[in-house]
Design a protein. Structure first.
Length: 99
């Protein structure tokens, strides 16, 4: 009987790494979701506070849903990802911004 079977140990190690990677990705996705919700709540408050002058009392539910669900972080360059969910325009290249 042998206790050393590299292919099985390697596969088990990969399985453990995959599980840890999924757990880390899941935590990052939850953090992103929380940051998106925070950003949308700030925008909701801004829209409500300017309703008397803008005539817009609240965001269209489809727009609000998109802002809540779409990972804005994926659309900004790496150097701006830490600010991806700040309620401010960020450069996305070619002289353009994401608002």
């Amino acid at each position: 009987m042998t206790f050393w079977n590299p292919p099985i140990l390697f596969r088990n190690g990969l399985a453990i790494l995959a599980v840890v990677g999924l757990m880390t990705a899941s935590a990052a996705q939850q953090d992103d979701a929380a940051e998106r919700r925070r950003m949308v709540e700030q925008i909701d408050a801004m829209v409500a506070s300017t309703a008397s002058s803008s005539g817009v009392a609240r965001l269209d539910p489809r727009l609000r849903g998109a802002m809540t669900e779409v990972p804005r972080r994926e659309f900004v360059p790496l150097e701006y990802r830490s600010a991806a969910y700040e309620n401010e325009p960020l450069p996305v290249g070619h002289g353009q911004t994401i608002s």
